[in-house]
Design a protein around this ligand. Structure first.
Ligand SMILES: [Zn+2]
Ligand SMILES: [Zn+2]
Length: 140
C-alpha cells in the first residue's frame, strides 16, 4: 500500500517532521488493550537527529478527522517496528514504536541502526523512562 494519510509530528530537538502512516498505526492502536482514552501515544524515531520520543497522536474521530494530518502520494519512510515495553515491573505500559525503516533489513544492520538512536527523552505513558531497544525485526 502506498501513500495515504500521515500524522505529522514535529521533533522538538531538531525540528524535523516525522510522518507516521495512518494505515500502519491504526491497526496497531486498535489491537491495544485496554484502549487509551483521549490521546494515543506512540514512540517515534526522528529521521534527522535520531532522538526517540513519546508523541501524542490524536486519532481521527468518526467525523470529522482531527489532528494534524497530511495526505501523501507515497508512504513515508516510517514504519511500525514493534511494541516497547515499560521497564517498570508493575507498569504494564507499552508504546508502539515507529522508525524510518526500509525493509528488508538484516539483524546486523538493525542492531547498528538501533545503536544510533538517542533514548534520553523516551518515557512510557505513565512517565517512566524507557531505554530498551526493541528486538530485531523481520516483520513486514
Ligand atoms: Zn530530531
Ligand atoms: Zn511505565
Amino acid at each position: 500500500m502506498d501513500g495515504g494519510v500521515h500524522y505529522t509530528l514535529d521533533c522538538p530537538v531538531c525540528g524535523s517532521t516525522i510522518l507516521i502512516p495512518e494505515h500502519r498505526l491504526a491497526p496497531v492502536l486498535a489491537s491495544q488493550v485496554p484502549r487509551a482514552k483521549a490521546t494515543e501515544l506512540v514512540g517515534a524515531v526522528c529521521g534527522g537527529c535520531r532522538h526517540i520520543r513519546t508523541y501524542d497522536v490524536e486519532v481521527p474521530g468518526p467525523n470529522p478527522p482531527v489532528g494534524p494530518v497530511v495526505a501523501l502520494v507515497q508512504a513515508s519512510d516510517w514504519d511500525y517496528v514493534g511494541w516497547l515495553p515499560c521497564e517498570v515491573r508493575n507498569c504494564q505500559s507499552h508504546l508502539p514504536l515507529f522508525a524510518p525503516l526500509r525493509r528488508p533489513i538484516s539483524p546486523e544492520d538493525w542492531n547498528q541502526y538501533v545503536a544510533t538512536w538517542n533514548w534520553d527523552d523516551l518515557v512510557c505513558p505513565a512517565g517512566h523512562k524507557i531505554s530498551q531497544p526493541p528486538p530485531e525485526t523481520s516483520e513486514a
